[in-house]
Design a protein around this ligand. Structure first.
Ligand SMILES: CC(C)(COP(=O)(O)OP(=O)(O)OC[C@H]1O[C@@H](n2cnc3c(N)ncnc32)[C@H](O)[C@@H]1OP(=O)(O)O)[C@@H](O)C(=O)NCCC(=O)NCCS
Length: 155
């Protein structure tokens, strides 16, 4: 997808260093590069997706997750700090939903830290609803809120 200076496309090996640099800034407990390489493999097997968003040809965000039957699980979404709150998270999530239109996916799930109110608001605005709490989900003991988007209700 191209939209003026914005491109969204699938990630590849050479992108991982830049992705990791964004990850380190955005998360207190960042994924390792190996985590990203492993998601790349899964996306190539057809069991997942791994998109990058470029602004003026510079990687400025990414989104990855898994596809299992009629469900999608978003496992990482992140936008470079200086570009947050500018509509890019929404853009990349919409791109994902467009890309799965033919696949008969019914639900999108994700986990978010209970304290990550910014991201929770972002998902709520998108139509996700709180669905479940996973106690002690994160390595530091914080609970995860499982949020769910019902695509049939959204359309
Ligand atoms: C969460 C994240 C992906 C959202 O992407 P974004 O590009 O900043 O979000 P958008 O600009 O598309 O936001 C769309 C709407 O979501 C809501 N929203 C987004 N970020 C928000 C925040 N920090 N606080 C409150 N509401 C927020 C707003 O309603 C926003 O619309 P508005 O700016 O017109 O009010 C991004 O902020 C990010 O990378 N955060 C750090 C990493 C992270 O926490 N990832 C999620 C892990 S579960």
């Amino acid at each position: 997808m191209r939209d003026d200076n914005i491109t969204i496309c699938s990630a590849c090996e050479k992108d991982i260093d830049e992705i990791y640099n964004i990850e380190k800034v955005n998360f207190k407990y960042p994924w390792s590069k190996e985590n990203f390489f492993s998601e790349l493999k899964i996306s190539r097997s057809g069991k997942g997706f791994f998109y990058i968003l470029k602004i003026d040809n510079i990687i400025s965000g990414y989104l990855c997750g898994r596809i299992v039957e009629d469900e999608i699980n978003i496992i990482n979404i992140s936008i470079k700090k200086e570009f947050q709150r500018s509509g890019f998270g929404k853009k990349v999530l919409n791109y994902l939903l467009k890309s799965i239109e033919e696949k008969n996916i019914k639900y999108v799930y994700l986990e978010v830290r209970e304290s990550n109110f910014g991201a929770r608001n972002f998902y709520e605005k998108f139509g996700f609803k709180n669905f479940w709490i996973r106690k002690n989900f994160y390595s530091d003991g914080e609970d995860a809120i499982v949020m769910k988007l019902n695509l049939k209700e959204r359309n």
